[in-house]
Design a protein around this ligand. Structure first.
Ligand code: SF4
Length: 479
């Protein structure tokens, strides 16, 4: 990435500006509601925080951002009070900056590379990104661009999560006709069904979908490709290409004895039933969950943190998280663990479930766990948890939630000829998103395995460019 020309500024003076924290709800209050934890900046404070950016020509934050957002450029506009200009800069590379600002693990990406952060707290890039685009929406939202003449090419997008929505936007802006097929009753995929409101309010999803509708993207809901309609049928209906962005939504099971007892839930089932109104859910998930007093969540990633914090908001009195390694090996964001800790979650590290114990009615009443110690590094590069013999103990539980990761559903492989999977069960693709079947492309969690929203967006943009090339080559060869 070429170095940009940056304005002459007094870097030393800027380094003296104190960090401006974003106000947030008190933990005792926020566990009584579902509102976002962060209350957001006001304009003067956001401008001051943006002024902490020292406008590095090399912009390592921009390099570390998977979308390569021009962060110094956007922050300079904000500093000058030009919020709409700042939003335009971000939207050049990022279709959903308000979501990334809330969901990216900035400490590992942009903020983790911030030069200010080498001596002080990094510039709050994510919170400023969210602020800029929230302000833009409050001021009327992003303008609908003038679209090129239609190419006559139709693309079916499978899944309306981050990758699907990004591909739909990119291709529509290139003149193609796009229809998105979503298996759930409402759009958004993991953005709606995986992320609780206290991390990101659903209005961000609704607003993005409304924008896409105005761009003339079509949506079909309760339409599971591979079941309600097959890939062959999509091509027979006249679609010229298909993009697979169905994600990795199938929860991994522990396969421990007693896992089928009542009161034991997979993370997604629990999260959607607790976080969404019944009308947004398929019939089999309409029944609300009565969590009881004691909840135990198994797992240590961001989904496990979503579950413990959701459990607190549904009225559980004691919420515990059992994880088989230590905090240092936990996969999710430190911020999420801190929020869970502030809200009263008890963490039990180096503890893995060995079985679940039920009462006479077949409902879980306790989890039997075994203490672990850390051993040699395993394939994930983390120390392997090694059971300590004779260390088993029980934790009482009215509800248990299994949040140990996700895999890709097999349905599309089973119903689509010529679609190859990798050894890990993800969709096999070339670098640009082409799959083994002509005209079918894929990107996002169904290719990488469960990962970040921002990496799904970056991969989806590459796949959209490849689809566009494919469609134009087809058109040229037909002419
Ligand atoms: Fe940082 Fe994510 Fe925004 Fe990139 S998209 S600047 S990584 S918050």
């Amino acid at each position: 990435m070429a170095e940009a020309t940056r304005p002459q500024i007094d870097r030393k003076a800027r380094m003296q500006i104190p960090p401006q924290p974003v106000p947030k709800q008190d933990p005792r209050e926020r566990i009584k509601n579902w509102d976002e934890v962060y209350l957001g900046y006001d304009l003067p404070t956001a401008r001051l925080e943006a002024t902490r950016c020292i406008q590095c020509p090399a912009a390592p934050c921009q390099v570390a951002c998977p979308l390569h957002n021009d962060i110094p450029g956007a922050l300079l506009k904000l500093e000058e009070g030009d919020v709409m200009g700042a939003a335009e800069v971000l939207r050049r590379t990022n279709p959903t900056p308000d979501m990334c600002g809330r969901l990216c693990p900035q400490e590992q990406l942009c903020e983790g590379s911030c030069v200010v952060g080498k001596k002080a707290i990094p510039v709050a890039i994510g919170k400023l990104e969210a602020f800029i685009v929230d302000q833009q929406r409050a001021m009327g939202g992003q303008a609908i661009p003038e679209l090129p003449p239609r190419t006559g090419k139709r693309v079916a997008v499978v899944g309306s999560g981050p990758a699907g929505l990004a591909v739909a936007e990119e291709l529509t802006r290139r003149g193609h006709e796009v229809k998105v097929f979503e298996a759930w009753p409402k759009p958004g995929g993991v953005l709606r069904y995986g992320i609780p409101n206290f991390k990101m309010d659903k209005r961000h999803v609704d607003e993005q979908v409304e924008y896409l509708r105005r761009l003339r993207v079509e949506f079909a809901f309760n339409a599971r490709v591979g079941n309600d309609i097959t890939m062959d049928e999509l091509f027979a209906q006249g679609f010229h290409a298909v993009f697979l962005g169905h994600g990795a939504g199938q929860g991994r099971r522990l396969n421990a004895p007693g896992e089928d007892l009542n009161g034991i839930h997979m993370a997604t089932d629990f999260l959607v039933r607790a976080n969404l109104p019944p009308e947004d859910l398929p019939d089999h998930l309409h029944q609300p969950i009565d969590v009881g007093k004691r909840v135990v969540v198994i797992g240590g990633g961001d989904t496990a943190m979503d579950c413990v914090r959701t459990a607190l908001r549904t009225g559980a009195e004691e919420v515990a998280c059992a994880y088989r390694r230590t905090e240092a090996e936990m996969g999710g964001r430190e911020e999420e663990r801190r929020h869970a800790d502030e809200e009263g979650v008890r963490f039990h590290y180096l503890a893995a479930p060995v079985r679940f114990i039920g009462d006479d009615s077949g409902h879980v009443r306790a989890v039997r766990l075994q203490r672990m110690k850390l051993g040699e590094l395993d394939a994930s590069g983390r120390p392997r948890p090694v059971p300590i013999p004779g260390s088993e103990f029980e934790m009482e539980a009215d509800t248990v939630i299994v949040a140990i990761g996700y895999k890709v559903e097999k349905l599309l492989f089973q119903t689509t000829t010529g679609l190859e999977a990798t050894d890990w069960g993800t969709v096999a693709t070339h670098e640009d998103g082409r799959t083994s079947r002509a005209g079918v492309f894929a990107a996002g969690d169904n290719v990488r395995g469960a990962d970040l929203v921002v990496t799904a967006l970056a991969d989806a943009k590459r796949a959209a460019a490849a689809i566009d090339r494919y469609l134009r080559e087809e058109q040229a060869s037909a002419a």
